[in-house]
Design a protein around this ligand. Structure first.
Ligand SMILES: [Zn+2]
Length: 53
């Protein structure tokens, strides 16, 4: 797993926010599997617009 910081595609800055949601998925046979859903939020520097300032 990479530990490189996410870069904003719009402005190239490091202002993007990362989120992770931990859930448990129950299969048809009752087996519980931990699932981590992760996504990248909008950039805190340019808010995804690519315009800083
Ligand atoms: Zn940005």
């Amino acid at each position: 797993m990479s530990t490189d910081p996410q870069r904003c595609a719009a402005c190239g800055g490091s202002g993007v926010t990362e989120h992770a949601e931990h859930t448990v998925q129950t299969g048809p046979d009752g087996t519980q599997t931990p699932v981590v859903r992760s996504w990248t939020g909008s950039c805190g520097t340019c808010h995804g617009s690519g315009t800083v300032g």
